[in-house]
Ligand binder design. Sequence first.
Ligand SMILES: [Zn+2]
Length: 154
Amino acid sequence: MNTINLQTIVLVIIMDRVSPEKRSEVMSSVKSKGTKLEHFFAEKLKEKGLDYCKRNVKELTGRPDFVFEEAKIVIFIDSCFWHGCKQHLRMPASNQDYWTAKIARNHKKDRQVTKQLKQEGWLVLRIWEHALKNPKMLKWWLTRIKNLAENRKG
Ligand SMILES: [Zn+2]
């Protein structure tokens, strides 16, 4: 088990035991900190010479994790748990209604954000947490992003 999964599990246990008010407080603190995954991916982009992108751009819909302005590309890193990856989501044993609804809301919001950004002319890339943890998939994404970033500069 790696750190990220362990953190998620601990978080799920905490969230199961606290009031709804406390839950949303915990949730927003988790979001504002940014994830370790993002930092990891930022390092990889840097190694690939792609660190000129902007991070956590508040001015754009959905506050994308990475933005290549000139190439009009936005990238979101989606955690398997919070964004409801069908392969890896393991529903906690308790409060299932809460978690099902929460994850469904996230999923719906992701789709709306993607749609909105596309309408604004952005290429939207969503990268699953599990893709970052798989060296082959990670390499594929980095190559793809490099090509897209260079070819779409105009
Ligand atoms: Zn996954």
